[in-house]
Ligand binder design. Structure first.
Ligand SMILES: [Zn+2]
Length: 315
C-alpha cells in the first residue's frame, strides 16, 4: 500500500482537507467555510468532520494514512502543537490543535505555519521542483513568506524566520499591521496598493479609478495595463517595492529560486517582467541572472499540498 497523508489547511475564511500520496497526487479533497467567528470549538468540530469525510472517500484505502500535516495561519508553536493567536482566527489563544486532531483522528500530526507550508509545497511539487533552496512570497491581503534552505524550511529562532513582508523599506512609511513603519507589506500588499491609490486620488488628480468607486488592487492593475497614468504610477511603485524586497532576499540568501504567489501575482508578466528587471538592476554581488523569479505553480492547491509536504517530510 502506498503511503499517504492527510493534509489540513486552516485559513481565516476556509478550511480545506485532502489525502495526498508521496508523489503529490491529491486522492481526495474537501472544503468548508471556517466561520471563524463561531470560535475554536465549533471550528475544530468542522475540521474533524471534514477530515473524516475526506478519509472516507472511495480512492482512499483504509490504513494508508501515515501522518497528518496541518498548515495554519501563524503564529504557531510547532514544538508544542499550539495555535497561538492568529489575527484571522479570533478567540484562538494557545489552542492545542495537534493534540485535539491526533485524539480525534488517531494519527500523529505535525503543525506548520501556512506560509512555510506553502513554501515547502512549491518546493516539492511546484515552481521549486529540482532546486535545493527557494524563497516563497505570497502577496495578497498581507505578504507571507517561507524560506527553504538545503531542502528544509528555515525556522530560525523560535520559528520567527522568513518574515520577508516585514522588512523595512521606508523608515517613516505607513504603519504596518506588525506595529513597525514602512514594511514591504504596508506598501505592496493588496490593501496597501489600494491605500496608495486613494492617497494619490486625494491630490485631485484624474484617474479612471474614480469611476470604479470601491476599487481593488486588481482594478489598479487592470487600469494600469490600459494606460491610466495614476494607476500606472501606483503599480510601478508596487513593482519597485517588491523589487527592493526580492533584491534583499537574493543578496542575503542567493536562493536558487524566488517564487511569488497570492492575488497580486495574478498580474502575471505585468508584474514579473518589470520585477525581474528591477531586481537584476539592483543586485550586484550575486549571480542574479541565474536566480529565476517565478510565479507560484500550485494555485489554490498550495494549502493542501503544502500541509502534505510538511507531513511527508516529518520523521
Ligand atoms: Zn510589518
Amino acid at each position: 500500500m502506498t503511503k499517504s497523508v492527510l493534509a489540513i489547511d486552516i485559513g481565516g475564511t476556509k478550511l480545506a482537507a485532502g489525502v495526498v500520496d508521496a508523489a503529490g497526487t491529491i486522492l481526495a479533497r474537501g472544503e468548508v467555510p471556517t466561520l471563524a467567528a463561531e470560535g475554536p470549538e465549533r471550528v475544530l468540530d468542522r475540521i474533524v468532520r471534514l477530515s473524516r469525510d475526506v478519509l472516507a472517500a472511495p480512492r482512499v484505502s483504509a490504513g494508508s494514512i501515515q501522518r497528518i500535516g496541518i498548515g495554519c495561519a501563524g503564529p504557531v508553536d510547532r514544538g508544542a502543537g499550539l495555535i497561538l493567536n492568529p489575527p484571522n482566527l479570533p478567540g484562538w489563544t494557545r489552542v492545542p490543535l495537534v493534540e485535539r486532531i491526533q485524539k480525534a483522528l488517531g494519527h500523529p500530526a505535525v503543525l506548520e505555519n501556512d506560509a512555510n507550508a506553502a513554501a515547502l509545497g512549491e518546493f516539492r511539487y511546484g515552481a521549486g521542483r529540482g532546486a535545493s533552496s527557494l524563497v516563497y512570497l505570497t502577496v495578497s491581503t498581507g505578504i507571507g513568506s517561507g524560506i527553504i534552505l538545503d531542502g528544509k524550511i528555515w525556522h530560525g529562532l523560535r520559528d520567527g524566520a522568513g518574515e520577508v513582508g516585514h522588512i523595512t523599506l521606508l523608515p517613516d512609511g505607513p504603519i504596518c499591521g506588525c506595529g513597525n513603519r514602512g514594511c514591504l507589506e504596508a506598501l505592496a500588499s493588496g490593501p496597501s496598493i489600494v491605500r496608495r491609490a486613494r492617497e494619490a486620488l486625494a491630490t485631485m488628480r484624474p484617474s479612471r479609478l474614480l469611476d470604479v468607486g470601491d476599487f481593488t488592487a486588481a482594478d489598479v492593475v487592470q487600469l494600469a495595463r490600459e494606460g491610466d497614468v495614476l494607476a500606472g504610477e501606483v503599480w510601478d511603485d508596487t513593482v519597485r517595492y517588491l523589487g527592493l524586497g526580492v533584491a534583499a532576499i537574493v543578496t542575503i540568501l542567493a536562493p536558487e529560486r524566488v517564487v511569488i504567489g497570492g492575488g497580486v501575482a495574478q498580474a502575471g508578466d505585468f508584474l514579473f517582467e518589470p520585477l525581474r528587471r528591477d531586481v537584476r538592476r539592483r543586485v550586484k554581488l550575486v549571480a542574479v541572472e541565474s536566480v529565476p523569479i517565478l510565479p507560484a505553480a500550485l494555485g489554490p492547491d498550495v494549502g493542501i499540498l503544502g500541509a502534505a509536504a510538511v507531513a511527508l517530510e516529518s520523521k
